[in-house]
Design a protein around this ligand. Structure first.
Ligand SMILES: Nc1ncnc2c1ncn2[C@@H]1O[C@H](COP(=O)(O)OP(=O)(O)OP(=O)(O)O)[C@@H](O)[C@H]1O
Length: 261
């Protein structure tokens, strides 16, 4: 039986000082190895959900368990427990003045003994892993370039290589292609999803682009106002449901969409 990578039961969370909950009574499970897209308008709660599942938020209500580790609602997950989870950001979050290789080696930090990480002392096997992920990401020739000299598409390849060098079992990607033009966006999602699949990693990515979600995810979760309004296998997602998710003129559309699942 396929094991679940993520369990969420009745999860709610409000950002400090915010009037509305960013996550409002969400329950869902994600099977290991699945590729899931979170779709929804700005403010739907996609980033908040990914950040919470990455163990970086506290003071939420409900039950969350990721890769078999139950989270504690009152505290963030210690860094040492996050080595199996990789995160790819919309803004790349790279060390701009460092080389591509250095950035990718940063992905190995959580896997090194702490004395080695502190000294920046890199083993041959760390180098080998970094080189092979650079090559998998099609940027072996950029290893010695500084990140601040790269294009957006190249930067996102570096971010993916860094994430893969970490050898994660679970990959979260928050709008990984929204800064890229359509053809680069498709290339990057092809790279990310096929690399994840080849490694058996579970992937959850958020997007504003339904066509990309449909093309790359097995399952699509539509969010609006912190709630799940549909949760379907990609082949079952209708155009009407997608359009209603983004229909600002119809505040009740979220409720109506529930029939889809
Ligand atoms: N740091 C914060 N402080 C207060 N409120 C926040 C904070 N971050 C997000 N929010 C609020 O939480 C809600 C969910 O935001 P979130 O960024 O998770 O949505 P999103 O679906 O990722 O949107 P986008 O697609 O624009 O990134 C919104 O109402 C937002 O204003």
């Amino acid at each position: 039986m396929m094991q679940d990578a993520i369990h969420i039961d009745d999860l709610s969370f409000g950002h400090h000082g915010a009037e509305q909950r960013a996550i409002d009574q969400i329950s869902l499970n994600i099977a290991a190895g699945d590729c899931v897209a979170l779709l929804g308008p700005s403010g739907a709660g996609k980033t908040t959900l990914l950040t919470l599942l990455d163990g970086r938020l506290r003071d939420w209500q409900g039950r969350v368990s990721v890769l078999g580790t139950p989270f504690e609602p009152t505290r963030a997950l210690p860094l040492a427990k996050r080595a199996d989870t990789g995160f790819i950001f919309q803004e790349f979050a790279l060390v701009e003045r460092s080389t591509v290789m250095r950035n990718v080696l940063n992905g190995r930090l959580g896997r090194m003994p702490s004395w080695r990480a502190l000294l920046g002392n890199v083993s041959k096997s760390d180098m080998d892993i970094a080189r092979s992920t650079l090559s998998d990401c099609g940027i072996a020739d950029l290893a010695d370039r500084r990140v601040d000299s790269l294009s957006g598409g190249q930067r996102q390849r570096v971010a993916i290589a860094r994430c893969l060098a970490q050898e994660p079992k679970l990959i979260f990607a928050d709008e990984p292609v929204s800064n890229l033009d359509p053809s680069r966006a498709a290339d990057i999602l092809t790279l990310l999803t096929s690399a994840a699949q080849a490694r058996g990693a579970t992937t959850v990515f958020s997007s504003h682009q339904p066509e990309l979600a449909r093309r790359f995810a097995d399952r699509i979760i539509g969010m609006r106002n912190g709630r799940i309004v549909f949760d379907v296998a990609t082949r079952d997602l209708t155009d009407d449901a997608t359009a209603a998710l983004y229909d600002d003129t119809d505040p009740a559309s979220g409720a109506r969409l529930k029939v889809v699942s």
